[in-house]
Design a binder for this molecule. Sequence first.
Ligand code: 13P
Length: 253
Amino acid sequence: MKKFLIAGNWKMNKLTAEAAAFAKELKAKNFSNADEVAVLVPFTQLTAVGEGLAGSGIGFGAQNVHFEKSGAFTGEISVPMLEEIGVNYCIVGHSERREYFGETDETVNAKLKALIEAGITPILCVGESLAVREAQGEQTFVAGQLVADFNGLTREGAGKVVIAYEPIWAIGTGKTATPEQAEEMCAFIRGVIGGLYDNDLADKMLILYGGSMKASNAADLLAKPDINGGLIGGASLKIDDFSAIVDAAAQLK
Ligand code: 13P
């Protein structure tokens, strides 16, 4: 049976009371596929969301982390700090962090290693800009990100990573990649991972699509063989919209 992960990336949204209420409502949905659902929330909302989801099977996690365990890094949050809260997941290398906060493939690589060592599942984001796609360079670009981001990861470590293909031109723009475009790149990513490691590992890897995924287009995207789920921004902020995407995945089981 195909495995999915439907992950909501709240980005910088929701104060604590709203976040806690959302977690409770999500738990109350009693999704049959709860263990294939997660929400990635602001650091300050992690504890409330974790408490609200406790016992639901739904995972939760952060949107970023620092790669050092501790030290003079003002304003940063470490992997042990996330571990203490009991998070299951952490996004790494989201295009907004690469674009606005100086995230590089080197820092992404260090963060992957730190999270894997702690047993927290990284959700690694890759994806090209509109200019790169218009120049038909998307496969070369994404392959370059993958090679750099997985640099030095053992087979065992690599097997813990979830990849999210998020074309930058589709994020928050309402412009979704077509199911065919998304499938083509997710299949390509699986091939790159197969080349870096082996096909058995690549076949088992969860590869998500992200970029204006919503209830109305989720089923078509999720039905594609190489798309194992979604990393959902805007549509993850409303319980009904997010639940509809979770249900779409359940119906494909
Ligand atoms: P949107 O779903 O709002 O396009 O955001 C996608 C995204 O960046 C998820 O990480």
